[in-house]
Write a protein that binds this ligand. Structure first.
Ligand SMILES: Cc1ncc(COP(=O)(O)O)c(C=O)c1O
Length: 288
């Protein structure tokens, strides 16, 4: 079992190759389930409490009952990390499935809690130094406030992004509003204002940290509002944020170059503040 990660599945710890659930689970058949994702800094799961709150909230949005308390899930995640001592830093996923259902549709309270940690996924350094490209897709998420196991839109949009040498796809709704990426939140800088969409999106934990924990208000006026796709050409800078990606400067949307086509000074400053914050978190500071 050397080198194999240890997972929690439905009450037991097991090696990853033993970690299985029923093919009859409606998470598989219907995409009915919820999950959350975070990473560690200094082996401390970043804002674990907030991620569990969001998991419970996602479940509430789709009418799924989770028979575990926040404290129980907290302890299971901590123990799963402890049982994987060889991982210097980890990605952590918490999944709660819809469970087996006799009619194949209606949940019957048999959902499974799964917690697993894996090696932290490293992303290319050039994304952060040179900035990356994103595309837009005309897609509206169903119940965008929920992080559900139904992410088919995200899978398809990412395949399209890859074809176009982009690292992410942004959802644009029928009214031309740019809402968020498939697994990221999006931000713009214009005239010392930091602008980010306000509603109809998943409130990223990274977004909450950027908006509420960093000293950005010393530098920027923050605007939470709708952003129309026609505004893209007016923006000076742009970036996306997510637990696994942290802050990635964006220099191109489809064929449009943003600002000067390189990561902007404000974006770099926010990246620096975020790095200082997460470094502190990894050293036991900046408690949640
Ligand atoms: C749709 C969506 N928006 C935004 C995010 C970013 O959230 P976080 O910063 O908590 O990773 C995610 C995360 O996966 C997501 O799925």
């Amino acid at each position: 079992m050397l080198g194999m990660d240890v997972y929690w599945v439905d009450g037991k710890f097991m090696a990853e190759d033993q970690a299985v659930i029923s093919v009859k689970d409606i998470a598989l058949l219907r995409g009915y389930g919820v999950f959350d994702f975070m990473r560690t800094y200094g082996r401390r799961p970043f804002f674990l409490g907030a991620h569990i709150d969001r998991l419970l909230n996602s479940a509430g949005h789709i009418g799924l009952q989770i028979p575990y308390s926040k404290d129980e899930i907290y302890r299971i995640v901590e123990e799963t990390i402890a049982r994987n001592p060889d991982l210097p830093e980890a990605n952590v996923r918490i999944v709660f499935t819809g469970g087996i259902s006799s009619d194949g549709v209606c949940p019957e309270g048999k959902g499974k809690l799964i917690v697993y940690v894996t090696h932290k996924h490293e992303l290319p350094a050039w994304w952060y130094t040179d900035g990356a490209k994103v595309i837009t897709v005309d897609v509206e998420r169903y119940i965008p406030e929920a992080k559900s196991t139904n992410y088919m839109n995200a899978v398809m949009a990412n395949m399209k992004a890859k074809e176009e040498e982009a690292i992410e796809a942004l959802y644009v709704d029928r009214n031309g509003r740019i809402l968020e990426g498939t697994t990221t939140n999006v931000y713009f800088v214009r005239d010392k204002r930091l602008i980010t969409p306000k509603a109809d999106l998943l409130e990223g934990i990274t977004r909450t940290v950027i908006l509420n924990r960093l000293a950005i208000r010393d530098f920027f006026e923050v605007e939470l509002r709708d952003i129309h796709r026609s505004e893209l050409s007016d923006m000076d800078e742009m970036f996306v944020s997510a637990s696994n990606k942290e802050i990635v400067p964006i220099v191109r949307v489809n064929d449009l170059v943003i600002g000067k086509g390189v990561p902007g000074a404000s974006t770099k400053e926010i990246m620096r503040l975020f790095r200082a914050y997460t470094d502190g978190y990894g050293r036991g500071l900046n408690l949640e």
